[in-house]
Design a protein around this ligand. Sequence first.
Ligand code: FES
Length: 294
Amino acid sequence: MSRLRVAAARERRPLAERVAAACLAASMVGTVGLGATYWLGGQPQLEGGFLFLALAGIGVGIVTWGKYLVPQGPYVQDRPPMASPDPEVEAMNDSLGRGLGQMTRRRFLLRLLGGSVGVFAVVNLFPFLRSLGPLPGKSLFVTNWKKGSRLVTASGRVVTASDLEVGGILTVFPEGFEGAPTNAIDQVVLVRAASYDLVTKPGRETWGPQGYLAFSKVCTHAGCPVGLYQELTQQLLCPCHQSLFDVLTGATPVFGPAPRPLPQLPLYVDPQGGLRSQSGFDEPIGPGFWERGA
Ligand code: FES
């Protein structure tokens, strides 16, 4: 490297160090601003601006560092006379004298770089962890169906035993929860089959009065709503991956990836003709999960 270039690089060094430090510090400010904005409820434009500042600060800081503070090639020196002239000897002594200061500044820049990257990583962990949502607790095991719950439509109308013809279908909810935020897990598909066609499982002989059968609408494969009914074959169809459930045999899967039948809700007809549940579901609804198995 020619002496002129070395001298020019040496002149630019202090300025480059300040620029790199300012960029890394600005990055930390941007990251903290991003975290604070997210924590206070979020504002997309502001978060975007802070994210830009955080990433641009790290990027420009590293580029400045690499371009002006790291020795550049080509590493071919002009051959000066073997004996060093006096000014060069003085420059060397001067450089050695400033060595401690240069090391300190380099260490400071290194720490600033580590700090800006570390703060960025830690702050951005919050949105990731928060987006996982609350732990499900026991909510995967229970619904709002209880002993004696009246079946109602989405609008809250009570369902009676005269509402459906054979082959009819209706989505129902437990009374009082038709508009609740949790009603997705309470959805039940009510179908009416010809009672003489039913093949009930042992212990379920009383669960389908007058041919009314109620099954959880949450697919046991991946949780889509099982909302289609083929009256001719009396099968429920999940539109997501085409699982078919045979209504007449307790919604057992006969096609597709669903691994188990739709849980059945036991029903009875009250003295006023309304349909009610004998109890809640006797098993968790929906797809298998780690505590329940397939
Ligand atoms: S979610 Fe129903 S078949 Fe996949």
